[in-house]
Design a protein around this ligand. Structure first.
Ligand code: ADP
Ligand code: MG
Length: 139
């Protein structure tokens, strides 16, 4: 468990994890709206050497990042707007995992079996700027 006292702490936590990401890694980011999932994902991308702006993928659903330094592409996914599970398979997430890693907001839109070997991270709002981060590793 980690207590994140402000947005910068969440970015820093993400950055540390980003430095460790490998091809095939699946990251499930849970938490209510505004919990800091996208902020944490920004930190991860920074940790992987990405220096540009990271928009929320709420509308694009899948945002792909080419990261020459680490040589693995990373997909930042937001399944919030998905209501039909069949739509998920059209996103080609398995193909992404063959070559890169994946960070997924609203992972509960996917069947639980998909997350069996994932790193699950949950963010909870514990105050105006305070967040609690907990994690479970599937493998
Ligand atoms: P989500 O993707 O979970 O909906 P966002 O990362 O888009 O959440 O938004 C989180 C919001 O909460 C931002 O406006 C951010 O500035 C604010 N915030 C305040 N404290 C924190 C914190 N400790 N970690 C992350 N975000 C925080
Ligand atoms: Mg978000």
């Amino acid at each position: 468990m980690l207590l994140l006292k402000d947005e910068q702490a969440t970015l820093d936590a993400g950055r540390q994890l980003g430095a460790l990401l490998r091809q095939g890694d699946k990251l499930a980011l849970s938490g209510t709206l505004g919990a800091g999932k996208t902020t944490f994902a920004r930190g991860i991308l920074e940790g992987l050497g990405y220096g540009e702006e990271v928009p929320s993928p709420t509308f694009a659903i899948v945002q792909q990042y080419e990261l020459p330094e680490t040589r693995i592409p990373v997909a930042h996914v937001d399944l919030y707007r998905i209501d039909d599970p069949d739509e998920i398979f059209e996103l080609g997430l398995d193909d992404i995992l063959d070559v890169g890693a994946m960070i997924v907001e609203w992972p509960d839109r996917m069947p639980d079996s998909f997350w069996r070997d994932a790193l699950r991270i949950e963010l909870e709002i514990t105050g105006d700027d305070n967040r609690r981060l907990t994690w479970t590793a599937g493998s």
